[in-house]
Ligand binder design. Structure first.
Ligand code: VG1
Ligand code: CO
Length: 616
């Protein structure tokens, strides 16, 4: 039994330790400053209050990016000093964000203990390495990200912090071996348990999906499969799930060894960064070697996002959550008794709304960020939810033809001249309280297995499923423009200008019609405010909305996940019900609304940018 002491270390606040959409994300260079991580962790303990921290069992792990191991050792020493009873660490410090959520909810420790919270160490899809990003966020006892009430308190504590507690002589824990280490501090025992990162998560997935039917699909000679973990933490699960459990070929796994710098790449599952997958799927610059697989998927660094591709084919993420919701009851055993309700983030397209209406489901619209879905799920109001987000740094076409213009990223091959659909989605269900990249892949595989259960001669493909969905529900043309690393003051001014404009809709309509005579009238303008229907809490300033008579929407908001400057996101959407018009090129269908948005916001005037950094 190793004894340790507790030290109180004097410190002073750092500016800007405000958790964003999903935790605190900064450059590694910022995080490694003396006391920086410590201040944030102590502020989190303070915000949670002693009652929740003393005697608690906390999970500490993440996507394995650079600085994770040091951070795990520091947090463990601080947890010991703050009276935490035990720390659980995934083997090698690896746990995907959804697996952390599953571990909090499901896992029972070797001594019968249950966890009540977690520090997740990730900056998600942002690159890793000494010159890149690190991140940390706290998840609560329901397995979901801390709600705004808590993150605001954490931030307040960071602005006044004077000291933190640490056990400096607690030895570093060997996180590369499964087992329990026991220590004793001034107040009693403290344990660290290192456990297998994947088994709890796999058990949960097996309770949700019909693995046998997916196995059958994967073994069919008509169906081919490929998965790219982009050297993120999904690699720690991919072989175990797709190969060992579901029988996929090992050669169908790409970049499935987790690396602290993601192999030098962006762990951002999109057509720009998932290069190898994109090439294999027939969406690269040149023809692939051999026939592309029928299905391809990629994950981000912490495996909560996903991109899913059909053969030479891609979907908007807003469509994919709608498609999963529409097929869940038939295709996924976990939902066979019906969906409790569905939810989407405000900027996500209304494709899900149409499905909800059709199936007579409860429906909710929440602000961007997964933390807002948690209360709905806990209250049994929501089963499936999703966000539009593709991740950053992407530059590709949401529809046919557009790609040809975007020579910087990829060019459609000749055979993919028609419609290209990408599914890149941030989606999940009430099995946990985080979005879940691998769950999403299994959901799509389940839908494909269901649609192909009769073993018909011709495979029902991803493309077939999407087209069928449009034919039934109509199509939401959708695009997002991101202006990254814009001057923060200019970005604020642009947003203020857009809010001010909303006081006169006649002025707005004059500008909009001046940009294009093809748009309908703006009938409403506001800043999205959300009142949580469960706890009544209110979140204001969650995006500026312009709503049109025909259901079209323009939305502007500032990103809360970047680590430098400001990112302006502009979301553009138009609904088309007429079956003869659902096959248009997205950029053509949306051109009038894009023109209106740029003119309304004076984008170029404020930002100096004549084009977005990224179009998704
Ligand atoms: C972005 C996305 C949002 C997502 C968040 C975290 O936020 O828009 O939908 O929940 O990233 O995802 P923002 O504030 O930059 O728009 V992840 O995979 O980075 O945890
Ligand atoms: Co992520």
């Amino acid at each position: 039994m190793v004894l340790f002491n507790v030290s109180r270390i004097q410190t002073t606040p750092f500016d800007g330790q405000k958790p964003g959409t999903s935790g605190l994300r900064k450059k590694v260079k910022v995080f490694v400053q003396p006391h920086y991580l410590e201040n944030f962790v102590q502020a989190s303990f303070n915000a949670l209050t002693e009652a929740k921290v003393r005697g608690a069992t906390l999970v500490v792990s993440g996507d394995g990016r650079y600085y994770s191991e040091q951070a795990i050792q520091i947090i463990t020493k601080m947890a010991a000093a703050n009276g935490v009873r035990r720390i659980w660490v995934g083997l090698n410090g690896l746990l995907s964000t959804p697996a952390v959520s599953a571990v909090i909810r499901e896992r029972v420790g070797v001594d019968g203990s249950k966890a009540t919270g977690a520090f997740i160490l990730t900056a998600s899809h942002n690159p890793g390495g000494p010159n890149e990003d690190f991140g940390i966020k706290y998840n609560m006892e329901n397995g979901g990200p801390a709600p705004e009430g808590i993150t605001n308190k954490i931030y307040e504590y960071t602005t006044t912090i004077k000291e933190y507690l640490i056990a400096p002589d607690l030895p570093n824990v060997d996180i590369s071996t499964v087992g329990v280490s026991n220590f004793t501090g001034p107040e009693g025992p403290f344990d660290v348990e290192v456990f297998d990162s994947a088994s709890d998560y796999i058990k949960l997935m097996k309770s949700i999906f019909d693995f046998e039917s997916i196995r059958k699909l994967l073994s069919s000679p008509k169906f081919t499969f490929c998965y790219d973990a982009l050297h993120g933490v999904a690699g720690a699960y991919a072989k175990r799930i797709f190969v060992d459990e579901l029988g996929a070929q090992e050669s169908s796994l790409l970049n499935c060894v987790p690396k602290e710098d993601f192999g030098g790449g962006h762990p951002d599952p999109n057509l720009t960064y998932a290069k190898e997958l994109v090439a294999r799927m027939g969406l690269g610059k040149s023809e692939p070697q051999g026939e592309p697989p029928e299905f391809g998927a990629a994950a981000d660094g912490d495996a909560d996002r996903n991109m899913i591709l059909g053969k030479r084919f891609f979907v908007t993420p807003s469509d994919s959550v709608a498609i999963i919701a529409a097929n869940a009851v038939q295709a996924i055993p976990y939902f066979s008794a019906g969906l409790k309700g569905v939810a989407r983030s405000m900027p996500t397209s209304a494709a899900l709304d149409v499905v909800a209406k059709h199936l007579n489901l409860k429906f909710f619209e929440v602000p961007t960020g997964w933390k807002f879905f948690g209360n709905l799920m806990d209250a049994g109001l929501c089963s499936v939810c999703g966000e539009e987000s593709f991740g950053t740094g992407m530059h590709f076409a949401s529809v046919l033809g557009r790609a040809e213009e975007q020579t910087t990223t990829f060019k459609l091959t000749q055979t993919s001249y028609y419609l290209v659909i990408v599914v890149v989605f941030v989606i999940g269900s009430d099995h946990i309280r985080e979005k879940d990249g691998i769950w999403a892949v299994l959901a799509w595989l389940s839908i494909l297995a269901y649609k192909n259960k009769d073993n018909q001669d011709k495979l029902v493909t991803v493309e077939d499923i999407v087209r069928q969905h449009w034919a039934t529900y109509g199509r939401h043309y959708y695009t997002r423009y991101d202006y990254e690393n814009v001057d923060a003051v200019a970005a604020k001014e642009l947003m203020a200008h857009l809010v001010k404009l909303q006081s006169s809709l006649s002025e707005v309509n004059k500008i909009v019609k001046g940009a294009s005579s093809d748009v309908s009238n703006v009938v409403h303008g506001d800043e999205f405010e959300y009142k949580d229907s469960v706890d009544g809490s209110v979140s204001s300033h969650q995006g500026i909305r312009y709503l049109f008579e025909d259901g079209s929407r323009l939305i502007f908001r500032l990103s809360g996940t970047g680590s430098e400057g400001a990112t302006i996101r502009l979301y553009i959407e138009q609904y088309e019900k007429d079956p003869s018009k659902i096959g248009r090129l997205s950029h053509e269908a949306l051109a009038p609304l894009v023109a209106a948005a740029l003119k309304l916001s004076k984008m170029e005037e404020f930002t100096g940018r004549s084009a977005p950094t990224v179009i998704t």
